[in-house]
Design a binder for this molecule. Structure first.
Ligand SMILES: [Zn+2]
Length: 156
């Protein structure tokens, strides 16, 4: 059974793709190749898991896209940001990471929060100030190593 759902929508020059579920060895991106739009954007918001075989499938697919194709990454969860940071080829040079999630921790309510950030709000690899979405506590703590987590921004 396929664990990845691919929803695609063609908007003139842009192919907008929503990825849902798990990226693994059964993930097949073939249907997205050769569609010829200038820009292809991927919404990773509903990706819950990616394994090493999935990473390989993804890189193979990205490699097949024509060089002139603009690739946009949207709403990347932490697991996707980690691949972008660590795995060579997961992110093609010249692509755009529009928005992503960053891990924070609120010591007032003791909950972790995934805060949605636009890439252009992060300066010098410092986590932007954020309030707890749960209890409203102001200026909660970033829950990873900033220089490491935001290192992908140097790739843009
Ligand atoms: Zn809180």
């Amino acid at each position: 059974m396929k664990r990845l759902t691919i929803n695609k929508q063609i908007l003139q020059d842009e192919l907008s793709v929503e990825l849902i579920g798990c990226i693994d060895e059964d993930s097949d991106f073939k249907e997205l190749a050769g569609l010829g739009q200038e820009t292809i954007s991927f919404d990773f918001d509903k990706i819950s898991m990616i394994n090493s075989c999935g990473i390989r499938e993804w890189i193979k697919f990205i490699d097949l896209l024509p060089a002139r194709c603009n690739i946009v990454y949207k709403n990347c969860p932490q697991i996707i940001i980690e691949q972008i940071n660590m795995v060579h080829g997961f992110f093609r040079e010249g692509s755009v990471i529009e928005s992503f999630y960053a891990p924070y921790y609120c010591d007032k309510c003791g909950k972790e929060a995934k805060v949605h950030l636009k890439s252009d709000t992060v300066k010098n690899r410092k986590a932007p100030k954020s309030d707890c979405p749960n209890c409203g506590n102001e200026n909660i703590e970033f829950d990873a190593i900033e220089g490491q987590y935001f290192s992908f921004l140097g790739k843009i």
